[in-house]
Design a binder for this molecule. Structure first.
Ligand code: SF4
Length: 679
């Protein structure tokens, strides 16, 4: 059996996979992300590529049709909406599952040819706060480090990040490093005790949203004990005095941690030279997520723990191509190639390169606002690509109603029956993993190929081709006459070359002469490159900025609802749900509840609990555990309405967002809980 070298389609670790049409799956020993390792989800990929449930033909209003009819209709409806209501009346909602080439084409169509910026993505739910924090601190959206830094560090601080379940191969790499170097210290900052905590030397069971108080406290401690790097900050950092002054005002009590734990952590950080701070959704998915990110970055900037081997802040992305989407401008507030929509020179440069008739002039609607605009009747045509917002966004019942209000909704997907497809007018069958070619970028800026090794089923087509076909029917054929994803990648690299006079971190010159078919996993701007080693940042004066942040006012609801992932499922289970092996891990929707809270509610093992907020409710099996403290509930986000039958957890979550990044706060919503049915 011939094995094809490709990349796992699940998390942002971006593991290399050797895959065969007979279902063979092996970790790729040559891939620098995983060196042959795979987690349970990656190892089960061969069990998830069957055609059961696949969308195989275009459908209009529930009836199968041919591609030409469906594409003509989509192009006509979008063109008519734009003609009657203007370019802001249409929107794309994309996904970190899309390949970079798909993202590039969708972004180009919306921003350069339709002339609006209403293209956002489910990556908004994943890492938008990190993007915003990076831009405030560094002047651009740069992840500074590499996975090797995790193995070279002497202290790894894992903040709001259950790597053991959500980025398992990174967890395996840290576990292996710790085994070979027992002096490597790991601190786990998380309100829950998770599988990741098993690895930790110190678990800081922090209060929800206590992170700013923690890192402000750390910064104040470093300043008070003379542990700052004065020569680094004098040469390379602005804003230190006011940031430290603000940090000193934070109340340690907001962390919910005993003073002895705080002292131990602060001393450990202060005396360890090589520190990497890894963070993900527990930091990002918060109403103060961007400030949390900057509180972390402040500590690394103030001590010069950045740009060196084994040092730095490290935001790990949830999805396989959240990073690639960021690169090509797949967010409503970015242009392309790390350029700014609000910068007239940047707009002119991109428009000139695209030779486009127009270019957006202001940021578009971020995810939550985009669906609010649907509810308000402002969006007349909506295209949802490779995602299921009717169940995956917070306040999902309202989102479903909002989508239903849009006069024309098209989805492109691999699955026929999803919560969003059920309320769409047109369904376009997309090619899935193993059936299409393209690239993805992982959390350490490494671009890897996804390669086809399966026959494309039915009438399915790759997303880039579907989008290009619609663009051609809207009258933009010349600019979208791509014959292959290689053409698109070459244009993306050529755009970078055309922008070479514009200072950006994104430098793709290493790809200029690469053979697309033979491309090996490669990090931009240069393999094994670590940013900021020269102390140069991307604000106009070349310096980084520390950002003064203050702790939010913390309320104490009866129950705070934390949501997240299970080890063996991915998003809404359309693929991982096909594997019996994976589905056996945690087989039904549940809510973790502390034993004392269970007694107070009268709940026993197996009781069904109604978790409720003003938005809606879900019925979940009680999982009584002391992993989290009293007053906190945890529920996984994987079960859709169709699968759960008893409501989805995102019916309960609320659409509160971080004011800077627009990322929803999905970790500490106020809810009530009561027994619905005894076991
Ligand atoms: Fe796939 Fe992530 Fe597991 Fe690697 S760690 S095999 S990328 S799910």
């Amino acid at each position: 059996m011939t094995l094809t070298r490709t990349t796992c389609p699940y998390c942002g670790v971006g593991c290399g996979v050797l895959a065969g049409a007979d279902g063979t799956i092996k970790g790729d020993p040559a891939h620098p992300a995983n060196f042959g390792r795979l987690c349970s989800k990656g190892a089960a990929l061969g069990e998830t590529t069957d055609l059961d449930g696949r969308l195989l033909r275009p459908m209009v209003n529930g009836k199968t049709t041919d591609w030409d009819s469906a594409l003509d209709l989509v192009a006509a409806k979008f063109s008519a909406a734009i003609a009657e209501y203007g370019p802001e009346s249409v929107a794309f909602y994309a996904s970190g599952q899309l390949l970079t080439e798909d993202y590039y084409v969708a972004n180009k169509l919306m921003k350069g040819f339709i002339g609006a910026a209403n293209i956002d993505t489910n990556s908004r739910l994943c890492m938008a706060s990190s993007v915003a924090g990076h831009k405030r601190a560094f002047g651009t959206d740069t992840v500074p480090g590499t996975y090797e830094d995790l193995e070279q560090a002497d202290l790894i601080v894992l903040v709001g990040s259950n790597l053991a379940w959500c980025h398992p191969v990174l967890y395996q790499r840290i576990a292996a490093a710790k085994e070979s170097r027992p002096d490597l210290q790991v601190v786990n900052v998380d309100p829950r005790r998770t599988a990741t905590t098993d690895l930790a030397d110190l678990h800081l069971q922090i209060a929800p949203d206590g992170d700013i108080a923690l890192f402000n406290g750390l910064l104040a401690h470093l300043a008070n004990t003379g542990a700052l790097d004065a020569s680094f900050t004098a040469a390379h950092v602005n804003g230190m005095a006011e940031t430290i002054a603000a940090a000193r005002l934070s109340d340690p009590a907001d962390t919910g941690l005993p003073q002895e734990d705080l002292t131990r952590f602060f001393d450990l950080f202060a005396r360890t030279d090589k520190v990497v701070t890894v963070y993900s959704q527990g930091v990002n998915q918060s109403s103060c997520g961007t400030d949390k990110v900057n509180a972390i970055l402040n500590c690394h900037l103030a001590t010069g723990r950045i740009g060196r081997a084994g040092c730095g802040p490290f935001s790990v992305t949830g999805q396989p191509n959240a990073m690639g989407g960021r690169e090509v401008g797949g967010l409503a507030n970015m242009l392309a190639n790390h350029l700014e929509i609000e910068n007239a020179d940047h707009r002119a440069a991109v428009q000139d390169f695209w030779d486009s008739p127009t270019i957006c002039t202001k940021s578009g609607l971020k995810a939550v606002d985009l669906f609010q605009a649907c509810a308000d009747g402002k969006i007349k045509a909506l295209w949802v690509m490779s995602t299921n917002p009717a169940v995956s966004l917070p306040d999902a019942d309202s989102v479903a109603e909002a989508i239903a209000r849009v006069p024309f909704v098209v989805t492109s997907d691999i699955i026929e029956k999803t919560d969003t497809n059920a309320i769409a007018d047109v369904l376009l069958p997309a090619a899935g993993w193993g059936e299409k070619d393209g690239t993805v970028t992982n959390s350490e800026r490494r671009i890897s190929r996804q390669r086809a090794f399966l026959k494309t089923p039915g009438d399915a087509r790759p997303d880039w081709r579907i989008i290009s076909d619609v663009a051609a029917r809207m009258g933009f054929g010349n600019a979208f006459a791509y014959q292959s994803p290689a053409d698109i990648f070459a244009e993306y690299v050529a755009l970078d070359t055309a922008l070479s006079a514009t200072p950006r971190d994104l430098d793709l010159s290493i790809f200029a002469d690469v053979d697309y078919a033979e491309m090996i996993p490669t990090q931009w701007p240069r393999n094994a490159h670590r940013f900021f080693a020269d102390g140069q940042f991307y604000h106009p004066d070349g310096k980084a900025r520390m950002i003064a942040v203050t702790s939010p006012q913390l309320s104490k609801p009866r129950f705070a609802l934390n949501t997240g992932r299970n080890r063996d499922q991915w998003h809404t289970m359309t693929r991982t749900g096909k594997s019996q092996r994976l589905s056996a891990h945690l087989a039904e929707p549940y809510v973790e509840i502390h034993p004392a809270d269970a007694i107070a509610l009268g709940a026993g093992a197996g009781t069904i609990i109604r978790v409720e907020s003003p938005n809606g409710s879900a019925l979940l099996r009680a999982f009584i555990t002391d992993r989290g403290p009293r007053g906190q509930l945890f529920a996984p986000m994987h079960w859709t309405r169709q699968r759960a039958k008893r409501g989805t957890i995102n019916s309960v979550t609320s659409a509160v967002v971080d004011p800077v990044s627009g990322q929803p706060a999905l970790k500490s919503g106020a809810v009530t809980a009561q027994v619905y049915r005894a076991a």
